[in-house]
Design a protein around this ligand. Structure first.
Ligand SMILES: Cc1cc2nc3c(=O)[nH]c(=O)nc-3n(C[C@H](O)[C@H](O)[C@H](O)COP(=O)(O)OP(=O)(O)OC[C@H]3O[C@@H](n4cnc5c(N)ncnc54)[C@H](O)[C@@H]3O)c2cc1C
Length: 492
């Protein structure tokens, strides 16, 4: 992604870009669910959506379904998009809250087009007018990340990126500045550069092994530290959403692609053995496994500096937050766009480096808070892991956000950070955090008027969803891969 974006933005400036990769080492091999922002990344690169969908076996994603998070048996979808329509200057959820606190307004989900369409397995692109029900939503993709990486490699090479296949075995530092001067490959070749972008994954080859930048360990808040992943044959209709099912010592993902379903169990190894975690995963697959389960180890947190000296870390080398809300690829994108905005001209400017580190730090922290919200907005106490979260001291930033919400349903807003208020509303209400009050400005509507407004929006949402094609049918016209049995996927 980094090579592709830089080659696209900077090709006219005459920079030389070199991409060093090792097929022998390979990529981490997981990472299939994304956030809507990736569409803008692809669009900026001039990538044709149907072609991209076809080449990466992608499906559309309208949100994430969370099962068993508030209580065992609960489920809700965190949708990509606003609920209902705002009333003048008031967020829609305030209308719903008042009605809910005065005798019931049904599910908040019934006022969300992406949720209703997702529940029915339907998908189409948003309409032109973002102020209409059925158009005020976003969507993302679920894709084969390995195929996406190959696709972007070809894209980068066409735009002048020189790719070197080989393993970096050593680095040389400039004796005066401490910057990295060059890297040495296993065949003896050396590659020097003014700026190095470390995309070496969990290894953090340059940012950590060479520069010893340090890591802020966030395990006290997000203690899950292992995952086991396996693809399987798909069964049932092709659903336009990812599923995250809470378990006793972690949670399990289900990501439907065109040609297979991705599955994984993220868990905290203090509370479950690897064998038991693997057994839970393998015994709950919807179809036969297509590979051996793969185990991954990680420590949640972030690099103390994302940009240190002449090295910028992007991707897993910058830090890791568990994939509960599909944020890693988004954080890569955020790193790339921030780097492009602050790209050094002739030499590296300390102010640019500080700005980059500040902004990326906020992005990471706010994702951390949002993920942690899922673990603490819960009534579960049925296992040692869930009981751990009951008494956990939260970061102040998250505690303040929860307090403001509980007081009157207000979501504190910020500039840098991917999740907007509707996402916070989805998780807080989805996991039964019912505010005590509501915005007093809502009291200007009388209850009958409010009821009518809500009924109109709910009916329109249902109507729009019923007119939406099944995703499998939509894909036949817009990015269906030839290998995919889409016809059978619609029948079940
Ligand atoms: C369990 C799990 C589930 C995930 N699910 C999601 C998800 O659903 N959505 C999401 O957005 N993200 C997800 N992620 C994160 C996602 O997988 C990564 O963000 C993404 O794959 C990018 O990884 P990367 O490029 O930083 O590292 P890697 O994929 O590890 O790539 C590292 C690259 O560096 C090269 N390299 C390493 N060392 C050397 C060397 N010595 N010499 C030369 N080359 C070298 C490798 O060859 C490779 O090309 C998940 C991660 C995990 C662990």
């Amino acid at each position: 992604m980094t090579a592709a974006a830089l080659s696209n933005k900077f090709k006219a400036l005459g920079f030389d870009l070199t991409l060093i990769e090792s097929d022998q080492i390979g990529t981490v091999g997981v990472g299939e669910a994304t956030l809507p922002h990736i569409r803008y990344f692809n669009q900026a690169l001039g990538i044709d959506e149907p072609e991209f969908m076809k080449l990466t076996e992608a499906t559309f994603k309208l949100g994430i379904e969370f099962r068993n998070w508030g209580k065992v048996g609960d489920h809700y979808i965190h949708p990509f998009g606003d609920y209902g329509l705002p009333a003048d200057d008031l967020d829609f959820h305030q209308l719903w809250l008042k009605q809910h606190q005065n005798g019931g307004a049904g599910r908040l989900s019934d006022y969300s087009y992406p949720i209703i369409a997702a529940e029915q397995g339907r998908f189409r692109l948003p309409g032109e007018n973002p102020n209409e029900i059925g158009s005020n939503f976003g969507y993302a993709y679920q894709f084969d990340a390995g195929l996406y990486a190959k696709f972007l490699r070809r894209y980068s090479e066409h735009r002048g990126v020189k790719r070197i296949e080989g393993r970096i075995v050593d680095t040389t530092l400039d004796a005066e500045t401490g910057d990295i001067e060059c890297v040495k490959l296993d065949d003896g070749q050396t590659v020097d550069a003014d700026l190095f972008i470390d995309c070496s994954g969990f290894r953090g080859l340059l940012i950590e092994k060479t520069l010893k930048t340090g890591y802020d360990d966030w395990s006290e808040w997000l203690p899950c530290n292992r995952a086991v992943a396996v693809p399987c044959e798909s069964r049932g209709p092709l659903l336009p959403y990812t599923r995250a099912t809470a378990r006793t010592a972690g949670w399990q993902w289900r990501i439907p692609l065109q040609h297979r379903t991705g599955n994984g169990h993220v868990y905290w190894s203090d509370h479950i053995s690897d064998d038991e975690a693997t057994h839970q995963l393998m015994s709950s697959l919807e179809g036969p496994a297509l590979a051996e389960p793969k185990q991954l180890f990680f420590k949640t947190g972030r690099r103390k500096k994302f940009w240190n000296r002449n090295v910028v870390s992007i991707g897993l080398s910058a830090g890791f937050l568990e994939p509960l809300e599909s944020t890693s690829i988004h954080l890569i994108q955020e790193g790339i766009t921030t780097l492009i905005e602050l790209f050094p001209h002739r030499s590296i400017n300390t102010l640019d480096v500080e700005e980059y580190n500040e902004r990326m730090g906020l992005n990471f922290e706010r994702v951390r808070d949002f993920l942690l919200l899922h673990y603490v907005a819960t009534q579960r106490e049925d296992s040692s892991m869930w009981r751990h979260f009951r008494d956990l001291k939260l970061p102040d930033s998250l505690q303040e956000k929860i307090d403001a919400w509980m007081h009157r349903g207000y979501v504190i807003k910020y500039e840098f950070g991917v999740f907007l208020p509707p996402s916070w509303v989805a998780v807080m209400l989805g996991q039964n955090l019912q505010p005590r009050g509501h915005d007093p400005r809502i009291d200007r509507f009388d209850m009958r008027e409010l009821r009518q407004k809500l009924d109109t929006i709910r009916d329109e949402t249902a109507l729009q969803a019923s007119r939406t094609p099944m995703q499998a049918d939509f894909l036949k016209q817009h990015g269906g891969a030839s290998s995919t049995p889409l016809a059978t996927a619609t029948q079940t």
